[in-house]
Write a new protein. Structure first.
Length: 130
C-alpha cells in the first residue's frame, strides 16, 4: 500500500494539470511582445520538456510536450515575455511559477512546491529574459 501523502500529492498535481495549464504573462514594458515559453511535465515518469521563443501559447505548450517525450506529459506553465520554472520536493510534489526574471521564477517555483527540499529541475525564458 502506498503512503497517503504521495497519493494526495500525485492527485493534486494531476487535477491541476487536468484542469488546464497555467497561462501567465509577466511582461515588462520593454520586452518584445508575442513570444512564449512553456514547461511540460509527466507526473508518471518525471520527464520534463521546455520550449521558448514560440509565436503563441499553444505552440509553446505543444513544443514543450513534444520535448518531454513521455507518457502523460502536459504543459504545466506557460509565460509570455518572461521566465518560468518547475521544482520538485523530496516527497515528489511539483511546483511551478513564472516571473519577469529567471531568478524570481526559480524562487517562486521553489516556494510553490509543497514539501521540503524543493529544487528547481527546469526553467525557460523568452526574449531578452534569456
Amino acid at each position: 500500500m502506498m503512503p497517503i501523502r504521495p497519493v494526495i500529492t500525485r492527485i493534486a498535481v494531476t487535477v491541476a494539470l487536468a484542469t488546464g495549464a497555467t497561462v501567465l504573462g509577466a511582461a515588462p514594458a520593454s520586452a518584445a511582445p508575442n513570444t512564449w515559453a512553456a514547461i511540460a511535465i509527466s507526473v508518471q515518469t518525471g520527464n520534463i520538456g521546455y520550449s521558448y521563443e514560440q509565436p503563441s501559447a499553444g505552440a509553446a505548450a505543444s513544443a514543450a510536450v513534444d520535448e518531454c517525450d513521455a507518457r502523460g506529459c502536459q504543459a504545466a506553465v506557460q509565460v509570455t515575455n518572461g521566465c518560468a520554472a518547475v521544482a520538485q520536493a523530496r516527497n515528489r510534489a511539483w511546483g511551478w511559477a513564472y516571473a519577469a526574471s529567471l531568478e524570481e521564477a526559480k524562487q517562486a517555483a521553489v516556494r510553490a512546491t509543497p514539501g521540503r527540499g524543493a529544487r528547481v529541475l527546469a526553467y525557460t525564458c523568452t526574449g531578452a529574459h534569456r
